[in-house]
Structure formats: structure tokens, C-alpha cells
Design a binder for this molecule. Structure first.
Ligand code: SF4
Ligand code: FES
Length: 250
């Protein structure tokens, strides 16, 4: 396939960026999207030009590092996959592909297609954990019976990889789907109950401080989420937040 790429280039956070055109030839339909960018970067390096910066790590849909808005969609046109799992067979010979960074105030551009998602880390630090007594007398977690329905829902919530596609897809740049997955993962399990109220209050507070917007109620986040995180988690987080607000001292 021969393709035209329109890629966002931006030297750093302080300078303005712009779309730059590149032509790429002989792209195999079996290449992943990131492999296609690797080929482009090799060509740029051979010509003495600056390669396009983009995030990636595991390249198998697990780590949440890859991002990219491709033709206006977070993680591109396929459903239930991350950018690293997207293949060039989703495109046709002669296509023009627009490649941009995830756009949100709380995800400032570092360079080209790389954005700073450390706001997610700070939300996690605010409550995305359980404290465990390590005195040696701790009860074995496997000895605590957990209702199967709750165990399955907690597992589903825990599959969130923190990629940020939900934020990039929301017209309000809301992080509600991400935060609700993290809250739900613990709220559904006995181990998460002890710090449950503090957790939801602190994580929502941090989310607001980072500059994410309110839930737009459009569900775009759920559609674009590569892990199928359900909107049910947002409803659960809202219930948890309301209950915690009336009973817990902050
Ligand atoms: S909820 Fe989905 S889209 Fe949002 S960070 Fe988690 S995995 Fe990514
Ligand atoms: S590079 Fe790890 S999820 Fe895409």
C-alpha cells in the first residue's frame, strides 16, 4: 500500500505544532500501525531528519503506553484494540491518515505525538491501592470468599490499562471512565472496603485538580475504550462518592 500521512509535529510543550505531510510506500497490510511508523522513522533518520516521537512499550495491548488519535479516533478505527494492536489492513491503498496526539488540557504534549499522562499517576497515588498489614498475621486473600458476580466485575474493571483514550474521546476531556474503573476494582472486593470512602473522595478530588472535565454522558469513552470498560463503573463511582460524601470526613 502507498499512503499519505498527515502527522502532528511539535518540538516541545512551549512551541506551536502543525500537521506535516509524509508519503510512505510499500506498506504491508500485516504491519502494525506502530511498525508502519517505525518504517517512516527509519526513512527520516536515513535522510538526516528528526524522527516522529510516539509512545509505546509492550506492543501487545497490555501496558497502556501507546496512544494516538488516528483519523479522529483514539486508537484508530478498530474496536477493542490499542494502537499497537491496530493493523494496516484496516486501511486501503491511497488512503490519507491523520495522526495526532491525545488532546486534553490534562495531557500536555511533550513532543510530537507524546503526551504527559502523569496526571493519571497522581490520581492513582491519591487512592488507587489497598493498605495491607504485613506483620505476618495477615489473612490470606484467597481465604476470603467473594461472590462470583462481584469478582468478575472487579476483574473487568481491573483490566483498564490507563491509556487515556477515554479522556481523548470525551468532548469534556473527562477521566470518569478511568477513575471509576480504578474505584470499582476495589469497591467490589472486601479488601477495598476499609479505605473505600477515603479512596473515592481523594481520587475524585485529584481528578478535578488535574483539570479533567465533567462526564458528558455521551458514552464516547466506552465506545473507544480498548478494554471495554463499562459505563456501569461511572454509575458505581457516583454512588460510592455520594455515600462517602455524607458519611466520611475528608
Ligand atoms: S477506561 Fe479504557 S480508555 Fe480509559 S484509561 Fe482505562 S483502558 Fe484506557
Ligand atoms: S504499547 Fe503497550 S498497550 Fe500499546
Amino acid at each position: 500500500m502507498n499512503l499519505k500521512l498527515k502527522i502532528w509535529r511539535q518540538k516541545d510543550a512551549t512551541r506551536k505544532g502543525k500537521m506535516v505531510d509524509y508519503n510512505i510506500a510499500d506498506v504491508s497490510p500485516d504491519m502494525s500501525f506502530l511498525e508502519m511508523l517505525d518504517v517512516l522513522n527509519n526513512q527520516l533518520i536515513e535522510k538526516g531528519e528528526d524522527p516522529v516521537a510516539f509512545d509505546h512499550d509492550c506492543r501487545e495491548g497490555i501496558c497502556g503506553m501507546c496512544s494516538l488519535h488516528i483519523n479522529g479516533e483514539a486508537h484508530g478505527p478498530d474496536r477493542g484494540v490499542t494502537t499497537c494492536q491496530l493493523h494496516m489492513r484496516k486501511f486501503k491503498d491511497g488512503d490519507t491518515i491523520y495522526i495526532e496526539p491525545f488532546r486534553a488540557k490534562a495531557f500536555p504534549v511533550i513532543k510530537d505525538l507524546v503526551v504527559d499522562r502523569s496526571s493519571f499517576d497522581r490520581i492513582q497515588h491519591a487512592g488507587g491501592f489497598v493498605s495491607v498489614n504485613t506483620s505476618g498475621n495477615t489473612q490470606d486473600a484467597n481465604a476470603i470468599p467473594i461472590n462470583k458476580d462481584n469478582a468478575d466485575k472487579a476483574f473487568d474493571a481491573a483490566t483498564c490499562i490507563g491509556c487515556g483514550a477515554c479522556v481523548a474521546s470525551c468532548k469534556n476531556s473527562s477521566a470518569m471512565l478511568f477513575v471509576s474503573a480504578k474505584v470499582s476494582q476495589y469497591a467490589l472486593l472486601p479488601q477495598g472496603q476499609v479505605e473505600g470512602k477515603r479512596r473515592v473522595l481523594n481520587m475524585v478530588k485529584q481528578m478535578d485538580e488535574e483539570g479533567f472535565g465533567n462526564c458528558s454522558n455521551t458514552g464516547a469513552c466506552e465506545v473507544e475504550c480498548p478494554k471495554g470498560i463499562s459505563l456501569e463503573n461511572i454509575a458505581r463511582m457516583n454512588r460510592e462518592y455520594l455515600a462517602a460524601s455524607v458519611t466520611e470526613e475528608k
